[in-house]
Design a protein around this ligand. Structure first.
Ligand SMILES: Nc1ncnc2c1ncn2[C@@H]1O[C@H](COP(=O)(O)OP(=O)(O)OP(=O)(O)O)[C@@H](O)[C@H]1O
Ligand SMILES: O=P(O)(O)OC[C@H]1O[C@H](OP(=O)(O)OP(=O)(O)O)[C@H](O)[C@@H]1O
Length: 227
């Protein structure tokens, strides 16, 4: 026998909205904003030692998953999370069409730049046809040099790319710079800024279409929480 939808025997189960957050520095910077938005995650979300990856928040309808910063965009683009927070660098690198980034959160301020060894002979990109580049942003680096008519040979590293020029792995690096301290400590100098970066609130386009009220209400809370 089919039960009518209004039957009291059927419990209304509403799945929580899933918000993907990057572990590390952005998560720490995000806390005051999440608190103002009424979405503070359970305290162990901020403990590096916690092995949990999914956390309840101050809002029973919203849960947080804590993932690597590069993976936030992938979880949200595939609809595994409804929304998330990602650096502009990650969004530029992946360029997912399924993502919409309606809000700049004004945190995680840095830039994606080219850096070279201090004192290296200046590169004349007008006369160059190829260049070796160590980076964890292969697409950003390729696009940057392609726009100058230069083919970038990418050495894809996940960290410590500052070592690459001195170890003969690549002529230049493309990496994040904030204070410039890391470059300086490794004998490199910033020679070109590719883009200025901040973290953005991102949403899955499908989720926005199918749940406009819930998603709209969450976006409004974030808007209100930005200072
Ligand atoms: N020095 C910095 N200053 C400000 N923002 C930064 C800086 N470095 C990175 N970010 C921003 O924070 C995001 C996360 O960087 P973070 O260094 O915490 O993680 P990661 O090392 O890229 O990731 P993982 O630990 O997963 O490898 C970056 O995508 C960028 O948007
Ligand atoms: O210009 P600065 O202020 O020195 O910041 C830039 C550094 O910050 C980030 O590294 P992070 O500290 O996150 O370390 P990791 O990426 O190696 O984990 C980035 O990859 C740079 O190495």
């Amino acid at each position: 026998m089919d039960l009518p939808l209004s039957s009291p025997q059927i419990a209304t189960v509403t799945a929580p909205l899933i918000m993907a957050l990057p572990k590390g520095r952005i998560l720490k910077e995000l806390l005051p904003l999440l608190e103002r938005a009424g979405l503070a995650p359970a305290p162990d979300c901020y403990e590096e030692s916690s092995r949990r990856l999914r956390f309840e928040t101050a809002d029973a309808n919203v849960e947080v998953i804590r993932v690597r910063s590069f993976d936030v965009a992938t979880f949200v683009a595939h609809g595994a999370a409804h929304l998330g927070v990602a650096g502009g660098d990650v969004l530029d690198e992946f360029d997912y069409k399924e993502l919409y980034a309606p809000l700049d959160l004004g945190i995680g301020r840095c830039r994606v730049s080219v850096a070279e060894p201090v004192g290296a002979e200046p590169l004349d990109t007008a006369r160059l046809s190829r260049i070796s580049v160590a980076t964890k942003y292969p697409n950003i680096a390729r696009r940057h040099y392609a726009a100058k008519g230069v083919q970038a040979e990418i050495i894809h590293l996940n960290g410590a790319m500052e070592l690459a020029p001195s170890m003969g792995l690549a002529r230049v690096i493309v990496d994040l710079v904030q204070t410039g301290g890391t470059l300086k400590a490794n004998g490199l100098a910033e020679t070109e800024v590719i883009s200025e970066i901040t973290s953005k609130l991102i949403v899955n386009r499908g989720a926005l279409k199918t749940m406009p009220d819930e998603m709209g209400a969450l976006l409004a809370r974030f808007r209100g929480a930005i200072q």
